[in-house]
Design a protein around this ligand. Structure first.
Ligand SMILES: Cc1ncc(COP(=O)(O)O)c(C=O)c1O
Length: 392
């Protein structure tokens, strides 16, 4: 039993780390230093603000250190590292600023919005009325004029920008006035683009009218899997009053220590990393488009984020493509969204993006035997086993 378990983990590591090109935009890799903190003694410990548990003096300082780094990096008045995931950061934010029957405006899952807000997700739990942003499928973005009218007409309680498919900045600044005029709270779910925001390569929601920025710490960001909430004083303090014990009890201090180191890495290397991520995404998109792939947003230069979107018109066709690629050790989702955070962190640049695009072409367009492509992929990734943009 134990041998079987350890064998499965070893096979997973061998395959996904040493033999695959990982292109899932929700994923990234942590540096060895960040990873090592996950197995520190902090993983065994409890703490609480009421000083119920003794032995927490170092843990408390680690948390303060992390909050300080986060506030400096994102230029905000409050930071909370305790949400255990992006979804729970979203829940905490929504629960703090809505009551049942309130209206929430965000991007529909049909347009790449986060499904977790919708029908069976947080809206059901919190009994919210969800309305969708008017959206241009062609530009993969919110339509500003129509959204302004909708906001003034529907007077939502909360407006959330950000999405799971996000190629370009959302029009936070252009809509902030309308949102503030109706007295709504403005939040930005930065789960996908947090690392690009930190690196100054995407929009800056907290300067554009958003009062809170929240989400996952592990997609374009350098952290272990988890969540974060960054906010102005008013919203941050309201969240801090309720997050414990309503949404988090034990905050998993090994994760918070690892996230704190990731915040330090991002402070030092974020600019360089984020710039390369966007350049890599653009290079991948361009080569794929030249090879005849249905890459979204040609008219806008394809992407300004870590994602490249292939328009296969739905998960069914996308799933066929994704399964073919998996046989060749190229890991994507059924979206088909391609993300370049992990490959960038492994040191790949524009030239390697072209190589990856050609691997994808051999599988999807040429119909080459997946095993022959796989052999080349394994050889290709051998050279990219170090994690860059981290303290050595
Ligand atoms: C926009 C967005 N928000 C929230 C989440 C949930 O994040 P987590 O997986 O960290 O709970 C996701 C997940 O993919 C997402 O895409």
């Amino acid at each position: 039993m134990i041998d079987e378990l350890l064998g499965l983990i070893e096979r997973h590591e061998q395959w996904r780390v040493r033999e695959c090109v990982n292109l899932i935009p929700s994923e990234n890799v942590t540096s060895p230093a960040v990873r090592s903190l996950l197995s520190s003694d902090l993983a065994h410990r409890y703490t609480s603000r009421q000083r119920f548990y003794m032995g927490t003096s170092f843990i408390d300082k680690i948390e303060q250190h992390g909050e300080k780094l986060a506030k400096n990096l994102f230029g905000c008045q409050t930071a909370d590292l305790r949400p255990l995931s992006g979804h729970l950061a979203d829940l905490t934010y929504l629960a703090c600023f809505t009551k049942p029957k309130d209206t929430v405006l965000c991007v529909s899952p049909d347009d790449g919005g986060y499904p977790g807000f919708w029908r069976k997700g947080l809206s059901r739990l919190l009994k919210l009325r969800m309305i969708r942003f008017p959206f241009s499928k062609e530009d993969v973005n919110i339509k500003v004029e129509e959204a302004t009218e909708l906001i003034l007409r529907e007077k939502p309680k909360v407006v959330i920008f950000g999405a799971s498919i996000i190629l370009f900045s959302h029009p936070v600044q252009a809509l902030a006035k309308a949102v503030h005029d109706v007295g709504a709270h403005v939040g930005y779910d930065g789960s996908h683009v947090l690392g690009l925001i930190a690196g100054g390569e995407f929009q800056d929601p907290l300067r554009e009218g958003s009062q809170a920025l929240f989400g996952s710490t592990h997609k374009s960001f350098f952290g272990p899997q988890g969540g974060i909430i960054l906010a102005d004083k008013e919203h941050g303090e309201a969240i801090k009053k309720r997050i414990h014990p309503e949404f988090v009890d034990n905050a998993h201090w090994n994760r918070i220590a690892a996230l704190t180191l990731a915040l330090a890495e991002m402070t030092t290397y974020g600019k360089e990393y984020a710039r390369q991520v966007v350049q890599n995404a653009q290079a991948l998109a361009k080569t794929l488009a030249e090879e005849g792939f249905p890459v979204a947003c040609h008219q806008l230069g394809y992407t300004r984020s870590h994602q490249v979107l292939l328009n296969y018109g739905g998960y069914r066709k996308g799933g066929v493509v994704a399964r073919k690629l998996e046989k060749s050790n190229i890991i994507v989702d059924s979206g088909v969204r391609l993300g370049v955070c992990e490959t960038t962190r492994r040191g790949m640049k524009e030239e390697e993006m072209q190589t990856i695009a050609l691997f994808i072409k051999r599988v999807v367009v040429d119909g080459e035997d997946p095993n022959s492509v796989k052999a080349d992929v394994i050889k290709f990734v051998e050279e990219f086993q170090e994690i860059e943009y981290s303290f050595k």
